[in-house]
Ligand binder design. Structure first.
Ligand SMILES: C=CC1=C(C)c2cc3[nH]c(cc4nc(cc5[nH]c(cc1n2)c(C)c5CCC(=O)O)C(CCC(=O)O)=C4C)c(C)c3C=C
Ligand code: FE2
Length: 492
């Protein structure tokens, strides 16, 4: 038996409801190599040993209220683990249980031959051409998990998204133009999906792997349609963000919940959601491998500052809404540094947050400010490590490789390096495959009950009163010179 895994998973049913509540996860052991995973789904209690169960808290996301408080996740040892076009490249029609590569396959396949496993990779999506930039930005800013308006102002979400996307588009277009005219995200995510399918197959697990993007093609809704057409009987949802944030994984899960709730087939489909996986050994080791390799390119590797740059989120996400993102990020970096230490690498390191947008406070310290400070303090060699995302994208290829590199060199740093994103690194993909296998026993059908908070939203009188007072307040607020100035300074 391989070592017991600490990667937890969450069934979608545990995500329904309107409040955050504690809940028990079922933690599973890795299955032995060479055995067909169909045996795991039949003996679903295998490995759910109390001794192995870390204390953890469940996340419950309301499908209608982006002001949900996530504070119960803070400090928790949480290891859980529209517009259309279709991703057709990655479909296979292989049923779980019919893969027999290992020597030790002893299970009878007849019983499970109809089980069809699906893995849904969730990602953000990015514009493929410069013409896509403004509509992509509209989708992003129309997301109530990206612009978190108070309930009273919810009706402003779309007009505001339109306004901000139009204002932001020229700056974003410049960035995408500088990296070849579009985001590489779709291509890389498709490659990761393909690699994951192969890695699962190498573990005798046959699965269709789907890609569902939040803000651009192929949209999550399309992936779900394909899952239905393929008559998948068990689904593992794997967001491609190592750390959980309300703005990324949280947003994608909220979309999934609303689709699943409305559909008879989907609401009965056993589903496991891997909420975060930054603490998995395979991921930590893969990151340490990349860092170790890049350090080796410097003239004096031991003098290099390891500089982790994470995508920021507004402070209010963490402080008011209880987003565990900052805690998870810090823990992730601690684990990577521990792994490096165990390899005899004891370099100094620093974490900062990049890519802030708009006139609010974001997580500090800011990457640009820290780079200037480090240069002024006499740091001569710096290795930038993008940490919140596992593909190359605009913020690695343009913001880090161009803007931050220039800033660092201007500030006195002489030797600059950057760790590549994990992409399809085989140790990383193998670890994702392990996470999927470990998630299988926890799959459960989602509850179909609509929560009461959501029903309250449908009260027409309530809605009209909110609309009336909300409009007046919004009008006053938007015309305040301070707000106008803040928008001008921070958006373009
Ligand atoms: C963990 C990763 C990410 C977090 C957290 C996140 C939060 C977040 N992002 C914005 C605003 C923008 N994000 C944009 C693009 C973008 N963001 C991420 C990742 C995270 N975002 C990715 C992978 C991408 C796509 C990159 C690509 O290659 O296409 C953009 C558009 C690009 C730009 O104009 O800078 C915006 C805008 C907010 C407001 C936010 C948290 C609230
Ligand atoms: Fe972003």
């Amino acid at each position: 038996m391989e070592a017991a895994s600490l990667s937890g998973v969450l069934s979608l049913s545990k995500l329904s409801g309107s409040n955050l509540r504690n809940s028990d996860y079922r933690f599973s052991r890795s299955i032995p190599r060479g055995r067909c995973v169909a045996s795991v789904s039949r003996h679903s209690s295998e490995g759910s040993n109390d001794v192995d169960k870390p204390s953890s808290k469940a996340l419950v996301i309301s499908s209608s209220d982006s002001n949900t408080n996530y504070s119960a996740l803070k400090g928790a040892n949480l290891s859980c683990g529209s517009n259309q076009k279709r991703n057709v490249n990655l479909q296979t029609n292989c049923a779980v249980g019919v893969c027999t590569f290992g020597e030790n396959v002893v299970e009878s396949h007849a019983h499970v031959a109809e089980e069809k496993l699906g893995v849904l990779l969730l990602n953000l999506g990015g514009p493929e051409t410069l013409n896509d930039v403004q509509p992509f930005l509209y989708n992003l800013f129309a997301d109530p998990d990206i612009i978190r308006l108070p309930r009273l102002f919810k009706f402003l979400q779309r007009p505001l998204a339109k306004l901000i996307s139009v204002l932001r588009a020229p700056k974003s277009k410049e960035g995408y133009a500088a990296i070849g005219g579009g985001s590489p995200l779709r291509k890389i995510t498709d490659e990761q999906a393909h690699a994951l399918r192969m890695a699962l197959e190498a573990k005798n697990v046959c699965a269709n792997v789907y890609v569902g993007m939040r803000y651009w093609y192929p949209f999550t809704e399309e992936a779900i349609e394909q899952i239905k057409r393929d008559r998948i009987t068990k689904l593992v949802v794997l967001p491609l963000y190592p750390q959980f944030s309300i703005s990324t994984t949280g947003s994608s899960i909220r979309v999934l919940q609303s689709i699943f709730r409305e559909d008879a087939y989907l609401s009965r489909l056993p589903v496991s959601v891997i909420l975060s996986w930054y603490q998995r050994q395979g991921y930590i080791r893969s990151m340490a491998d990349l860092i170790e390799k890049e350090l080796g390119r410097f003239p004096k590797p031991e003098e290099v500052m390891i500089f982790f740059s994470a995508h920021g989120v507004p402070v209010s996400y963490v402080e008011d809404a209880g987003d565990p993102y900052k805690d998870q990020m810090e823990e992730c970096i601690y684990l990577i540094m521990q792994e490096l230490k165990a390899r005899g690498i004891g370099n100094d390191h620093k974490l900062a947050y990049q890519s802030r947008v708009g006139p609010v406070q974001w997580l500090k310290p800011y990457t640009d400010e820290v780079l200037v400070e480090l240069g002024q303090k006499g740091v001569k060699s710096l290795l930038a490590v993008p940490i919140s995302f596992v593909s190359e994208h605009i913020e690695t290829l343009e913001e880090i490789d161009m803007e931050y590199k220039d800033l660092a060199l201007e500030s006195g740093i002489e030797n600059w390096g950057r760790v590549p994103a994990l992409g399809c690194t085989s140790s990383f993909i193998t670890d994702l495959a392990d996470a999927v296998v470990e998630a299988l026993p926890s799959a459960q059908a989602m509850s179909t009950s609509r929560d009461t908070a959501e029903e309250a939203e449908y009260d027409p009188l309530n809605y009209l009163v909110k609309l009336f007072f909300g409009s007046i307040l919004a009008f006053i607020l938007l015309l305040t010179p301070k707000v106008l100035l803040a928008f001008r300074n921070h958006l373009f």
